[in-house]
Design a protein around this ligand. Structure first.
Ligand SMILES: Cc1ncc(COP(=O)(O)O)c(C=O)c1O
Length: 374
């Protein structure tokens, strides 16, 4: 079956911008500012302004943004960091790479983000920080998380890797935690031409530390005050992102329009759970994940009709083989585990036409009718 609606189509996003992007890349080549430098500084200013944040730092990836944040907050050996199992592996990986231990709490049944009520049960004398994840583009419920963190003197690092431009109670994500981490992996709402990420923060001391850490701990060339790493952003990525950032608001709005269309047509159907929109949220729908029983059959039926899908993510992080040593068992986090077995992500990128969204809707209806007992 020929693919009628691919899960993602980056070419259609870049085609209309080709001449602008080509010129921007040529500028970088002419100036040879390939690693850090002028283009990164300019993007940092634009991205900080977009997030309403005081500082933004361009780095090599979202994973590096998380790791640098933890390092700057002094998280290390013997510390514990609370996060969720319903996320991409990198959230927990960064905690491990900082030398600390990831401790998981379950997610909320409706929003699939951190359940603030579960935090008390995960707190120990070693807890140093919390990483809520704004999963799929919907902010976690930040007020109770921040309140808990204040009471127990914990850092809060927002994993905003999927949530560029999302808002909590009318304020941009990224401005709530001590730091917030963004990924510009190509398929993200704001995607680079390779790997890139950013950290935003309002704290000048953390910004200073992260700036040094991302550049081998150098205070000036070849003078290293601490052991850091190479986490610099490429000039070419910064130049590309600067152009694409101008489209982000319109693109997020288009994603919301598609989501509203899906909700209108699929929201009341039996046998399918569509994403809930929290009352506090401006969702940016990086991923539009429905939940269905018989997932494999539904995906196959959609593929047979030419519709691309994804699964984000098939195994919750606490059950990944890499984390077997943490000792979590199946059943530890029932909501996360149910989600992992039921999630199916539908195409949601801005370049989808209304007709393509309609095609997906009709295909989902047919797949549910065929495969799910209601
Ligand atoms: C929730 C979440 N955290 C962290 C990351 C890591 O970002 P990157 O792939 O840029 O390292 C991603 C990206 O896939 C993500 O979705």
């Amino acid at each position: 079956m020929e693919t009628k609606v691919p899960f993602l189509d980056l070419w259609s996003q870049h085609l209309p911008l080709m001449s602008e992007l080509n010129l921007a890349i040529q500028e970088v080549i002419k100036s040879s500012a390939f690693a850090g430098g002028r283009f990164v500084n300019e993007f940092e200013q634009d991205f900080a302004a977009y997030c309403d944040a005081r500082y933004a730092l361009g780095v090599g990836s979202g994973t590096e943004a998380l790791w640098l944040s933890l390092m700057a907050c002094g998280v290390g050996s013997g510390d514990e960091v609370i996060t969720v199992p319903t996320t991409f592996m990198a959230t927990a990986e960064a905690i491990t790479y900082a030398g600390a231990r990831p401790v998981f709490v379950d997610v909320d049944e409706r929003t699939y983000t951190m359940n603030p009520e579960a935090l008390a049960g995960a707190l120990t004398k070693n807890t140093k920080a919390i990483i809520p994840v704004h999963l799929f583009g919907q902010p976690a419920d930040l007020d109770p998380i921040l309140e808990f963190a204040r009471r127990h003197s914990l850092y809060v690092i927002e994993d905003a890797c999927q949530a560029h431009g999302a808002e909590y109670e009318g304020r941009r994500v990224g401005t709530f935690g001590d730091t917030a981490c963004f990924s510009f992996y190509p398929g993200k709402n704001l995607g680079a031409f390779g790997e890139a990420g950013a950290i935003v923060t309002r704290h000048s001391d953390l910004q200073e530390k992260m700036k040094i850490l991302r550049d081998h701990g150098q205070v000036r060339k070849y003078f290293h005050s601490v052991v850091g790493w190479n986490c610099r952003m490429d000039g070419i990525q910064a130049a590309v992102l600067r152009i694409k950032l101008r489209q982000l608001e319109a693109n997020n709005q288009r994603r919301r329009t598609h989501a509203a269309h899906y909700e209108e047509e699929l929201g009341q159907m039996e046998g399918i759970v569509t994403p809930a929109l929290a009352s506090y949220a401006r969702h940016v729908y990086h991923i539009y994940a429905i939940r269905v029983a018989n997932r494999d059959e539904v995906i196959k039926c959609l593929a047979d009709q030419g519709i691309g899908t994804g699964i984000h993510y098939p195994v919750p992080v606490h059950l990944q083989e890499a984390y077997r040593h943490l000792g979590y068992r199946r059943g530890a986090f029932p909501v996360a585990e149910r989600c992992a077995s039921e999630f199916v992500s539908l195409p949601i990128y801005p370049e989808l036409t209304d007709a393509q969204v309609e095609e997906v809707i009709q295909a989902v209806k047919a797949a549910i009718a065929e495969n799910v007992e209601v």
